[in-house]
Design a protein around this ligand. Sequence first.
Ligand SMILES: [Zn+2]
Length: 192
Amino acid sequence: MASSDELVNVTRVDKPDSEWAKSLDKMEFQVLRKKGTEPARTGVYDKFYPKEGHFVCAGCGTPLYSAQAKFDSGCGWPAFDKCYEGTVKTEIDNAFGMRRVEILCAACDGHLGHVFENEGLTPTMERHCVNSVSVKYVPENLAAKESKVVDGGIASGALGALSPFVFLFGVYILSDVLGRSINAFTAAGVAQ
Ligand SMILES: [Zn+2]
């Protein structure tokens, strides 16, 4: 598929849950509108790797991911390493005592899943872990600009600024631990 600098048109869709309940099936409603999660390894797109086409939001039909962005992460849910620029937005999710970055359709706020960074699985270092029921496959190719979501999203401020400190703190802890064991080793040597 030829790459393109064109952006996908994102048109806001605002509907009350009562309206969504009419157009979505139970599982789609639970995941897209109530931020549920389909059981791992059960989604129709988990092991589906088309060479052509793209995936749209199951709620509003906005194109979100190209077929080429999908990869096998082995995690049990569809994984994408980039999205059509501007079609996915992020929010910090502190549910279940974890700090995760939620991904949502930028047009209808439908819950897609979560995005994980720096796992080294693909060159973009981004894994969009998406529920199968949140998206629908369309066989036609769509040439539009693709990008990572965290670089341009809300999360870049929170996570991007934090990561150098986390790294330095890790180095500090490691050197502290190393220092202590070297001291202990030296002390033990001296004692004998
Ligand atoms: Zn949507």
